[in-house]
Design a protein around this ligand. Structure first.
Ligand code: COA
Length: 258
């Protein structure tokens, strides 16, 4: 892989966007590498993913502007559809994906972080959807997911003004869950991912599926999906053993993913 790195720490997989000379700008070959990697990760073994950026300056400074600058409308539509399909793949990936945002997180990078389950960031993080200042709209789901994350009025303000904003504001509007000194960000991300990985994988996946699918549905339909997923957990080896342990005043920690 030329534009990303991948490592596994126990049951946690870490994808690092790795194109530091361009502030990890998301070029198509990088997207294709991520796409292929997501197909290859063994999600029975790995229980949580983290996406972060190489270096101390950027998660990523957005989609590659040079690549987009001369595109035709037909090419740009294909480009947007492909980006959108990858963002959706991240959003619906069977295991949780955490964005550990360690600096600039603009445009397409902000959209990628929005397709993750949630975001945590370093104190030097800078977010924004600068597209309107470049003559385009967000093209990888930002017009939809930003509103779901921070509410439509704030999302519109962010997009129309195209202004960058810092970690403290991102925390205040609910775009990130927490802010950390940069040198502590990855330790915290790993701790969080390990905590997630220590719970019943079938249940965690079901929580993800119910939340991700349900948010775009009406509440009645969404609660039916929850009931389906809830009942799909009942009778699993992990459910039976975790509840048996509770009733014996013990804690079951060795979840088997079955
Ligand atoms: N696409 C392609 N290349 C990019 C890029 C992007 N989105 N963002 C940064 N780069 C490149 C720069 O062209 C520069 O390359 P060079 O050294 O060959 O000239 C290198 O990364 C470093 O960026 P630079 O602008 O010199 O760093 P800076 O610290 O002065 O500014 C930013 C950092 C993030 C404020 C600035 O790079 C920026 O505004 N980038 C574009 C952000 C954006 O609009 N993204 C949305 C795209 S849809």
């Amino acid at each position: 892989m030329e534009f990303i790195r991948y490592e596994e720490k126990g049951r946690v997989g870490i994808i690092t966007l790795s194109r530091e000379e361009s502030l990890n700008a998301l070029c198509t070959p990088m997207l294709r590498e991520i796409d292929k990697l997501l197909d290859e990760i063994d999600t029975d073994e790995i229980r949580c993913l983290i996406i972060t950026g190489a270096g101390k300056k950027a998660f990523a400074a957005g989609a590659d502007i040079e690549e987009m600058s001369d595109m035709s409308p037909v090419e740009s539509r294909k480009y947007s559809l492909y980006g959108n399909s990858l963002m959706r793949k991240i959003e619906t990936y069977p295991i949780p994906v955490i964005a550990a945002v360690n600096g600039y997180c603009l445009g397409g990078a902000c959209e990628m972080s929005l397709s993750c389950d949630f975001r945590i960031c370093s104190d030097n993080a800078v977010f924004g959807q600068p597209e309107a200042g470049l003559g385009i709209t967000p093209g990888w789901g930002g017009t939809q997911r930003m509103a779901r994350a921070v509410g439509i009025a704030m999302a519109k303000q962010i997009m129309y003004t195209a202004r960058n904003f810092k970690a403290d504001e991102a925390l205040r509007i609910g775009l990130v869950n927490s802010v950390h000194p940069q040198e502590e960000l990855m330790d915290y991300a790993l701790k969080l991912a390990e905590k997630i990985s220590s719970n019943a994988p079938i249940a965690v996946r079901a929580c993800k599926e119910a939340s991700t699918r349900g948010i775009s549905m009406d509440l009645d339909q969404a609660c039916k999906i929850e009931s389906d997923l809830f009942s799909s957990c009942i009778g699993t080896y992990d459910q039976r053993n975790a509840m048996k342990a509770f009733m014996n005043k013990e804690k079951y920690t060795d979840f088997q993913n079955r």
